[in-house]
Design a protein around this ligand. Structure first.
Ligand code: SAM
Length: 364
């Protein structure tokens, strides 16, 4: 099936709309069953978001998806882990920066449209599902449902990634990526490009064959009790990753390191005249990330260090860390503001806003 009309609409089904209770807002289901070489996609969102979506490269460029959603020879296999359901396990060595999964979403749902007491919302979620191509429906249903209840809603609850999309909070369903379990010290990271909707999972360190590939579901820079509370409240499970299962002594050490990391980050991010951020503190931060196995934080550490050195006029060290930050950043989060800042710093350290910004705190 192709586009509905001669117009530029990418939707292959007539949008189905419902008004939001006690509001002038309307939510509609928009589907394209040809999106991403026939994988298909359904949105349940507002007409204004859908209009902006239709103008994104995701729908205007046809060549974007030739290298995504390809799972013929993945570097992993699916295995069952007692108490955690299935997970992905490396079948060959993966090196930092290697791509593990690159996929487009099969469903994108405005969070507000799914509020649990909004029963009509459930019905429209089903409409979004049944308009997908049959193999994509099967893929959707192959995802884990954490609880009994509405089979579609439960799968969204258990597996969807949440994030801002076109300025509104949405849930995005990436069934293959969602097969990866959470770990508080993950060996892989992910980022998504809101213009193409492609979600990429990348190795954050070397992953040996047989090792489980894990991602963070939540903010891992919190102490154990807070992490566990958040995973239980928002994701509905008790985390059994190795850090959460470690001894009381190990947990206490990790919690102390996390408190130190947060304090150092706060100091280094303070650019007031009273800032206590120094290059030594940035180096300490990098060491703590390493001790805590926070591989994904590498780019943040080097960014802080590049700025801290530049702020005291040490151009050589600033450039060195900026290069390391750029190299690490491409692995952690794709192009972002930090990357732009580091490129600017490398290009012209003395013209960068951080140059000599902490001259008065220069260390001897
Ligand atoms: C998105 S799914 C991950 C894949 C899932 N294990 C499967 O079989 O498809 C999320 C669910 O996996 C389980 N899970 C993921 N990470 C876990 C962890 N660190 N500890 C315990 N259970 C975990 C929980 O049941 C959670 O609700």
């Amino acid at each position: 099936m192709g586009s509905l009309s001669q117009s530029s609409s990418p939707w292959t089904e007539m949008p189905k709309c419902i008004p939001k209770e006690n509001s002038t807002l309307t939510y509609c289901v928009y589907t394209s069953d040809v999106f991403a070489n026939g994988r298909g996609i359904s949105f349940f969102t507002t007409p204004s978001v859908a209009e902006r979506v239709a103008a994104l490269p995701a729908f205007t460029r046809k060549d974007l998806y030739d290298k995504v959603n390809i799972f013929d020879d993945p570097p992993w296999e699916i295995k069952v882990i007692p108490g955690r359901g299935r997970g992905l396990f490396a079948t060959r060595t993966l090196y930092r920066g290697d791509r593990i999964v690159a996929a487009t979403p099969v469903g994108v749902y405005l969070s507000d449209a799914l509020v649990p007491d909004f029963k009509l919302g459930y019905i429209y979620l089903h409409t979004a599902f049944i308009h997908l191509p049959k193999p994509t429906q099967q893929l959707f249903l192959s995802a884990m449902a954490g609880s009994e209840g509405d089979p579609i809603m439960e799968r969204v609850n258990t597996n969807a990634f949440s994030g801002d999309f076109e300025g509104e909070p949405h849930f995005l369903m990436y069934p293959e990526t969602a097969r990866m379990n959470h770990d508080c010290r993950p060996n892989a990271m992910y980022y998504y490009d809101p213009k193409t909707l492609i979600h990429s999972t990348i190795a954050a360190r070397t992953i040996e064959p047989g090792e489980e590939i894990t991602i963070p579901y939540d903010n891992i820079l919190r102490q154990r009790s807070e992490r566990q509370k958040s995973l239980s409240n928002y994701w509905g499970f008790q985390c059994t990753c190795s850090l959460c299962s470690s001894s009381a002594t190990e947990t206490a050490r990790s919690d102390t390191r996390i408190a130190e990391i947060i304090e150092l980050q706060t100091e280094l991010a303070n650019w007031s005249p009273w800032s206590t951020g120094t290059p030594t503190k940035a180096e300490m931060l990098i060491s703590l990330y390493e001790e805590e196995h926070l591989h994904a934080a590498k780019a943040t550490g080097h960014t802080f260090a590049a700025l801290a050195y530049n702020a005291v006029g040490d151009k050589m060290m600033a450039e060195w860390h900026a290069e390391l930050a750029l190299e690490a950043g491409m692995v952690n989060s794709g192009p972002n503001d930090d990357e732009r800042a580091m490129k600017q710093l490398l290009n012209d350290p003395e013209g960068h806003w951080s140059w000599m910004a902490r001259k008065q705190t220069r260390e001897l």
